[in-house]
Structure formats: structure tokens, C-alpha cells
Design a protein around this ligand. Structure first.
Ligand SMILES: Cc1cc2nc3c(=O)[nH]c(=O)nc-3n(C[C@H](O)[C@H](O)[C@H](O)COP(=O)(O)OP(=O)(O)OC[C@H]3O[C@@H](n4cnc5c(N)ncnc54)[C@H](O)[C@@H]3O)c2cc1C
Length: 408
């Protein structure tokens, strides 16, 4: 029997890719903790910034959109741009999607991916890959799709990091944690909290902690901004999952063209387009509840009486100090192939990269035959839409078709 395709990841991208591969008749093994980024790396009470229509996980068959889940679960339909999706609903939707389309998902970790030894004389790179699982099992896959999303990608600016240990991931300084470490912000009730960042995650974490009774200060390089309500979208521009604008339409529906831009431009825009901005519905809850300090940068963190003290370069060029009981870094996500430490040496050596991200060709294929990347690791090639769930509708059918053609 032909070796299966291995999909590493059971978030929206892994599940969607697996559903598309299955629909093409390709045997697939899917690994990961389903919807774990949403279940345990986001705060309880969070609301999605994306609209219901932009929160569909793409499937090849009809009947698997968020609205279909609402109907199946007997809950009010989330359908208009004004409807707001609670994270708990989105998690249940993802698990429902998995149960229906990826029922044999394997909740184990992949701990190693290496090239399979070529089978005999004249054998080519088509031999595939040997995967090791943390269950102890080892098996051969004809192709591998990496859909590991946010795992290991939380970015920490140097000023908030402990001094880096040689060769390892950089831990936060004492008194500092990453936003992905908090699923219950109510634990900060009655305490002084600094949240560093100006994106939706920072602003919403700040609001949730303040609403739970914490005294919260946002520290960021820019004054926090908020989007406009759906009713104020310009009518004469094309619709996109992110609002009405030609540029947003282009990056959403023609993500493949992003690959044609020069590398410098792609890396510059991948985090700037759809960059830090709070959701329209968050402004009212934020203003008056959260203090704001704009700074030019954070130079470091020390500790005084067990409390973290941020040394921040202020607007006038001097250095000031900000103290709290705790500091949360909500400073975004960056792809770093070094975090995929299970990628074997030979695979890694054959992987063409650009600033630490895989360089991808058509159909999400990497320079290693049989190795594909989708979701966040594909964003530097296919643009900012890959940072969001709605990107599954562009990525998954194309990746599945490419893979089916190259590894039938
Ligand atoms: C606070 C916050 C709010 C967000 N809000 C929105 C929003 O409103 N709308 C939106 O579209 N996007 C939002 N995003 C972005 C969204 O999280 C991502 O677009 C989405 O989760 C990416 O899905 P994914 O499947 O690529 O990865 P993830 O959801 O991160 O899933 C990764 C999967 O990989 C698995 N995995 C990792 N390593 C291994 C391994 N070695 N072996 C086996 N499995 C492995 C994990 O178990 C998991 O199943 C938000 C992000 C954050 C941080």
C-alpha cells in the first residue's frame, strides 16, 4: 500500500488541509492536539477579531462553515459582520469540524522527521520521510505537510528576554510572561499589570484583565488604534475577509502573487499589512479602563522587591522606569524554523529559506521534494492572509492539488 501523507498540526490549517487531501482520495495521517492554540493559548472570554464569514475553516464539502456548526449545535447563527464570535464557540466549531472530517486524528507529537533512505539503485528523492512519534511509533510518509501554526512562534523582543542560553529558545525575563501563557486573566485581579504590545491580542488581554479587576497599563511604541465598524466600510471598494479595500482584496484572493514580490518587500509587508489594530468593538471597553504609555523601546527588565521594572526609552529620548506586579509580552508571532527542532538535519540542510522562513514555490511546496508548509510558516511567501483562518480557503485546495499531482 502507498505510504500516507503526514499532516503535522490539528489547528484550522492542518484540519482543513487534511480534509482536502482526503477528498482527493489520498491516505492521510494527521497529528496534533486539536485546536490547542485556541483552547489553551488564548484567554477565556476572548472574542475573535475576524468576522463570522472570515472564521470558516475551509472544507471541500458543503456544510462545514461556522454557520453550519451554529445550526448543528442549535445556537444562534453567527452570520453578519456585526456578529462577534466567542473563542469558546470557535473552539467547539473546530472540534466539530475535526470529528466530522478528520475523525482519526492522532493526538500525538511528531518528534522527528528525516529523509527515508532511498530504496535501491537509481532511487530518487521520492522515497519520502521517516517520522517518529512520541508514542514510540516510526513510519514512512510519502509527503509531509507542516501546519504547526503558532507553536513555538511567540516573539519576544530582546528587552523582555532573559539572557539567551546557548542554542535554546529565549525565555522571558523574571516577572515577564508571554500572552500565550495565560488562559485566565482573572488571576491578575487586584494587581498591577503591564501589557506590552498594541495589537488585538495585547489590547484585548488588557481589557479582559482590567474587567477582572486588575490595574492595567499598555506599553507600546504607538498609540493603540481601533478599526471602524462594518457600517462605516467604504461601499465602492471590493469586499475581502478583512474589510473593503483593493489591497485587502488582492492579498486575500490572489495570495499566490505575493510570492512574486521581491523578498525585502514580502518580509516588510507580511506583518505590516493587517498589522496592530484593535477590533472596532473593543474601543469602548478599552478607553477609560486601561492606561497607555507610548515608548520608543524597551531596554531591559530588572527586579525590585520581587516586582519587574521596565527600563523604557521615552518619547523625549530619556530612559524611564515602569513597575508592575507582572508584565505580559503580547508582542506577536514570528516564524522561526529553529523552533521546529524535530526537522532532521538532512531535511533542514535541503530547505531553502529566507530570513528564517521556508521559501515556498507553487502549491506551498518547499525546496525539499515532498515537504510542504501552510499557515503561518507560509506567510512570508503567500502573504499576510496566511496568518488568519480565512487563508485556509486559498491554501488548502491548492496545496492538496499540488501534492496529489506530485505524490499520487
Ligand atoms: C490571541 C490571538 C487571537 C487571534 N485571533 C484570530 C482571529 O480572530 N481570526 C483569525 O483568523 N486568526 C486569529 N488568530 C491567528 C490564528 O491563531 C491562526 O491563524 C491560526 O490558529 C493558525 O492555525 P494553524 O492551524 O496554522 O495553527 P495552530 O492553530 O497554532 O495549530 C497548530 C497545531 O500544530 C500542532 N503541532 C505543533 N507541533 C507539533 C508536533 N511536533 N507534532 C504534532 N503536532 C504539532 C499543535 O498541536 C496544533 O494542533 C489569533 C491569534 C492569536 C494569538
Amino acid at each position: 500500500m502507498a505510504h500516507p501523507v503526514a499532516v503535522i498540526g490539528a489547528g484550522p490549517y492542518g484540519l482543513s488541509t487534511a480534509a482536502h487531501l482526503r477528498a482527493l482520495g489520498i491516505p492521510v495521517r494527521v497529528f496534533g492536539d486539536p485546536m490547542v492554540s485556541w483552547r489553551s493559548r488564548m484567554p477565556a472570554g476572548m472574542l475573535l477579531k475576524s468576522t463570522p464569514a472570515a472564521s470558516d475553516i475551509d472544507a471541500p464539502q458543503r456544510g462545514h462553515r461556522l454557520i453550519d456548526y451554529c445550526d448543528a449545535a442549535g445556537i444562534p447563527r453567527l452570520v453578519t459582520d456585526e456578529d462577534i464570535v466567542p473563542v469558546e464557540t470557535f473552539v467547539r466549531y473546530g472540534l466539530w469540524f475535526a470529528e466530522r472530517l478528520v475523525p482519526d486524528l492522532e493526538q500525538v507529537r511528531v518528534v522527528a522527521v528525516d529523509r527515508a533512505p532511498a530504496a535501491g539503485r537509481g532511487a530518487t528523492a521520492a522515497a519520502g520521510f521517516v517520522l517518529k512519534l512520541d508514542s514510540g511509533e516510526q513510519f514512512t510518509a510519502r509527503a509531509v505537510v507542516v501546519a504547526t501554526g503558532l507553536t513555538g512562534a511567540a516573539h519576544l523582543p530582546p528587552g523582555l528576554a532573559e539572557e539567551a542560553p546557548a542554542g535554546g529558545a529565549v525565555p522571558p525575563a523574571a516577572g515577564v510572561s508571554r500572552s500565550s501563557q495565560h488562559s485566565d486573566l482573572a488571576s491578575f485581579a487586584g494587581r498591577d499589570l503591564i501589557v506590552v504590545g498594541a495589537g488585538q491580542s495585547a489590547l484585548e488581554s488588557a481589557v479582559l484583565a482590567a474587567e477582572a479587576g486588575a490595574r492595567v497599563r499598555i506599553v507600546s511604541r504607538t498609540v493603540p488604534g481601533f478599526g471602524g465598524p462594518p457600517s462605516r466600510q467604504p461601499r465602492l471598494r471590493p469586499r475581502s475577509p478583512f474589510g473593503r479595500a483593493w489591497s485587502l482584496y488582492a492579498i486575500s484572493h490572489h495570495a499566490g502573487l505575493y510570492r512574486c514580490l521581491p523578498a525585502g518587500v514580502r518580509h516588510h509587508f507580511v506583518h505590516r499589512i493587517l498589522g496592530p489594530l484593535g477590533a472596532w468593538w473593543l474601543r469602548e471597553r478599552f478607553e477609560g479602563a486601561v492606561q497607555v504609555s507610548t515608548v520608543r523601546g524597551i531596554e531591559g527588565v530588572t527586579s525590585s522587591a520581587g516586582r519587574p521594572v521596565l527600563a523604557a526609552r521615552t518619547e523625549d529620548g530619556t530612559t524611564g522606569e515602569l513597575t508592575a506586579d507582572h508584565v505580559i509580552a503580547a508582542t506577536g508571532y514570528r516564524v522561526d524554523l529553529a523552533a521546529l527542532d524535530w526537522l532532521g538535519h538532512e531535511v533542514r540542510a535541503g530547505l531553502a529559506t529566507s530570513r528564517g522562513t521556508p521559501r515556498l514555490g507553487a502549491g506551498y511546496r518547499s525546496s525539499v521534494p515532498g515537504l510542504y508548509f501552510t499557515g503561518l510558516p507560509a506567510a512570508a511567501s503567500y502573504g499576510p492572509v496566511m496568518r488568519f483562518v480565512c487563508g485556509t480557503s486559498y491554501a488548502s485546495p491548492r496545496l492538496a492539488r499540488q501534492l496529489a499531482a506530485a505524490h499520487p
